[in-house]
Design a protein around this ligand. Structure first.
Ligand code: ZN
Length: 66
């Protein structure tokens, strides 16, 4: 689905970091997720998991919309 705007646990805004994360991941696929999250200044485990565990399913679900 869409990335949640805030971290479920601590409330830090993570929604604005998703686009940057995807762009950085695509521009250099060899780069580790750890480095990218560090550069995005996501230091807490709870915030990092919001980005790591995100799966964009919106394109999969849209055809089933009434
Ligand atoms: Zn958090």
């Amino acid at each position: 689905m869409l990335i949640p705007v805030r971290c479920f646990t601590c409330g830090t805004i993570v929604g604005d970091k998703w686009e940057s994360y995807v762009q950085m991941k695509e521009s250099d696929p060899q780069r580790s997720v750890q480095e990218i999250l560090d550069e995005l200044k996501l230091k807490k485990v709870c915030c990092r998991r919001m980005i790591i565990s995100q799966t964009n399913l919106i394109e999969t679900i849209l055809p089933y919309k009434k």
